[in-house]
Design a protein around this ligand. Sequence first.
Ligand SMILES: Nc1nc2c(ncn2[C@@H]2O[C@H](COP(=O)(O)OP(=O)(O)OP(=O)(O)O)[C@@H](O)[C@H]2O)c(=O)[nH]1
Ligand SMILES: [K+]
Ligand SMILES: [Mg+2]
Length: 428
Amino acid sequence: MDTIYALASARGKAGVAVIRLSGPAAHAAVAALCASPLPALRRAGLRRLSWQGDVLDEALVLLFPQGASYTGEESAELHLHGSSAVVAAVLRALAAQPGLRLAEPGEFTRQALENGRLDLTQVEGLADLIDAETEAQRRQALRALDGVLGRQAAQWRESLVRAAALIEATIDFADEDVPVDVMPEVGSLVTHVLADLRRETAGAAAAERIREGFEVAIVGPPNAGKSTLFNALAGREAAITSAVAGTTRDVIEVRMEIAGLAVTLLDTAGLREAEDEVERIGVSRALDRARKADLRVFLLDEAGETEGLEPLPEDIVLRGKADTPSDGPGVSGRTGRGIPELLAAIGQRLEQRVAGAGMVIRERQHRAMILAIKAMESAQNEIGRAPRRDELVAAHLRDAARALAMLVGRIDVEDLLGEIFARFCIGK
Ligand SMILES: Nc1nc2c(ncn2[C@@H]2O[C@H](COP(=O)(O)OP(=O)(O)OP(=O)(O)O)[C@@H](O)[C@H]2O)c(=O)[nH]1
Ligand SMILES: [K+]
Ligand SMILES: [Mg+2]
């Protein structure tokens, strides 16, 4: 087992920079830099770090024992002054130590996974937490990091393994008298776990939306004031506005947060039968993106019509350029009138769509759950058959248990690991 090290904090100037070490030689490597004895385990101590007669920094040194660290390995943290020269000097001194090497991206977390400190769903939660931009993403990622899904999956697996074992026990009794009929208990275990799995997968789409965010498109006739409204919502002049109908051609995007949810807001070309070739392309892009968006805000002019696109029941339809109360209900990008109400209406519709969000967040987790559900449905069908083939019931239940093991990364995940960890930064 190698001892790995890396800068764990962000690169560049900062108040403090943290270098992390993990592996059997971690404490020895720190000791080699410290003139005075190392601080007690899990106690921060200020130490002068030096290497080959050269003082590197005054650092806070923190040691964690094997089995009680983030990675599960013997580890250490050096809290340095956050200068790139100091960090570079300490990294050079560590590189010179025998048995040490620079960590790969995500390798500390990979050690944690391999040592059973985290399961795969927690690693995914951690990746999401690092990427989190909104409140809903942060809360959801923290729940995943806490391991809710892994704990629940362990209970489901236990029930399935118990059910399979009950059947297998009766198979061994085949030629003799079977002591008890186990099928009522097996049937009830299967029914309960299946109901749980179905309920959790039903919330997967909502959870995925929290993670990925929503697309909300502003659509309507030319000159309705879409780009002006878009800029007002974005809080900056992201789109060109002008009195010329057909100003916007490309779909323009801004990322924002509405009701704690990640939203990509889209400004689109005014919808009409365009004469101009470029505008026609713009209109066709507008239609395409607006149809794919999660929600459309139809901004209408006095005529109150939109060419080529019908609002869906959940869409928002309102009149633009409603600058003053005498203009009636609607919204004005110019004066800001009606914007808080519009944001509230968008937020309310999006919140409805994430209401059922559960523990299953990623497509990968969803697929593992579906595999488990399919296997359990096969088991249930077999239970209902006459004559019933008990070996098959047991085999389907074992398949379902295996799918749940995949869910938490206990088996069959080598490829996945590469994919997940490649997205981590070095030092995580
Ligand atoms: N009074 C008033 N005028 C507005 C408002 N919003 C936009 N306008 C004016 O209406 C004209 C068109 O505004 P844009 O924001 O470019 O309209 P658009 O819907 O994006 O137009 P296209 O991109 O050409 O489809 C400009 O002259 C704006 O100044 C508003 O809320 N009130
Ligand atoms: K315009
Ligand atoms: Mg526009």
